[in-house]
Design a protein around this ligand. Structure first.
Ligand code: MRU
Length: 343
């Protein structure tokens, strides 16, 4: 699976980070060469690079970039540390960004080679854990739907983008879906478009089309109807931060999917690496939710659609409570959080 998956959202090349600019997809496949902290932070805030695990890699590689920039520009140690802190806080909800920075920053005194090696390990580990999550997810589908699979394949729903564009490998929830398709288990994927930035309609659709997986996109608001009308067997989504009790933050609209899945009696799964689990927080109440700019709602494709001056409520994420989650699938195991299992 890895070999047919050539799409790379983020990589290190010699002396710079290479990013696939996701704001231009699927119309344009354009790569950015990033050598400066300010450019990296702009790319993170504008979602040119996005998705929790890819942000973890950006955090780790970003520390190498900052060390290079500090050496070029004669920064003091405190300027370098301030730069690392700024990167660490560029987006608040996905714990992977801070985690990725923390995986390597303690090696700064050991020098650039040590930091680069550790950052590349973060990237490799993510590829590996994607494959392990996929194996765990496919095993879960095969056992949960043993009877159904004797007569037909499964219809799966997903929200936002959790594939190669959001990680360093095949993806988390979308990695499970790709592997399940390769195992002959999937009939169709319904991908929520994921308003307002359309990570589903643009990015998940791009990946599914490339992988040759039958899919349709739907407005987020059609997900409840699709599930209650018997068009979906299971829902798989990713996460940006998971609390110790299993409450999971993910792209806004995920909570509505989980509530509708519960009402329809459909299993709803979170798929995420252990690096997305924040064991320092007890529940989702402690997760900081990123609020984004008005223009994401008042404009569409740069064109004003709401009356000028319209105020917005534009949270980037919501929190799904553990009792709605059939399982949190990581590379290690499946946590049955709705049964009270803790991470
Ligand atoms: O705002 P985004 O596009 O970074 O949000 C991404 C998501 O919500 C993903 O579902 C999550 O990060 C998991 S990616 C494997």
């Amino acid at each position: 699976l890895q070999s047919i998956e050539s799409l790379k959202s983020i990589a290190w090349s010699d002396d710079h980070i290479v990013l696939l600019d996701q704001t231009l997809l699927p119309v344009e496949e354009s790569y950015l060469q990033v050598r400066e902290l300010a450019i990296l932070i702009e790319a993170i805030k504008k979602l040119r690079v996005r998705g929790a695990p890819a942000l973890g890699v950006a955090g780790a590689l970003g520390v190498v970039l900052i060390m290079d920039q500090a050496a070029r520009s004669g920064w003091s140690d405190s300027m370098l540390q301030a730069g690392i802190d700024e990167l660490r806080h560029a987006r608040p909800t996905a714990v992977n960004l801070a985690w990725g920075v923390d995986q390597v920053r303690h090696l700064v005194p050991a020098g650039r080679a040590a930091v680069l090696a550790a950052a590349l390990e973060v990237l490799e580990d993510d590829c590996r854990s994607n494959l392990e999550m996929a194996a765990n997810g496919v095993a879960e589908l095969a056992s949960h739907f043993q009877l159904t699979l004797q007569s037909r394949k499964l219809r799966l729903l997903t929200h936002c983008n959790t594939g190669s564009l959001a990680t360093a490998g095949i993806g988390t929830a979308l990695g499970v879906i790709k592997s399940a398709f390769n195992a002959g288990l999937v009939e169709e994927v319904l991908a929520d478009e994921s308003r307002p930035l359309l990570q589903g309609g643009r990015l998940t659709a791009f990946e599914l089309a490339r992988a040759g997986i039958p899919f349709r996109i739907q407005p987020d608001s059609a997900a409840a109807m699709a599930m209650l009308n018997g068009m979906v067997d299971a829902a798989f989504v990713g996460a940006d931060r998971i609390a110790a009790n299993g409450d999971s933050a993910n792209k806004i609209g995920t909570l509505s999917v989980a509530l509708a899945a519960k009402a329809a009696g459909i299993p709803f799964y979170i798929v995420a690496p252990e690096s997305t689990v924040d064991r320092s927080i007890e529940s989702g109440a402690d997760i900081e939710i990123e609020l984004r700019g008005d223009e994401e709602l008042t404009q569409f494709n740069g064109k004003q659609i709401a009356p000028l001056g319209t105020k917005t409520f534009n949270p980037a994420f919501d929190v799904t409570p553990a009792h709605l989650i059939a399982g949190v699938i990581t590379e290690k195991k499946i946590y049955r959080v709705s049964d009270g299992e803790r991470l």
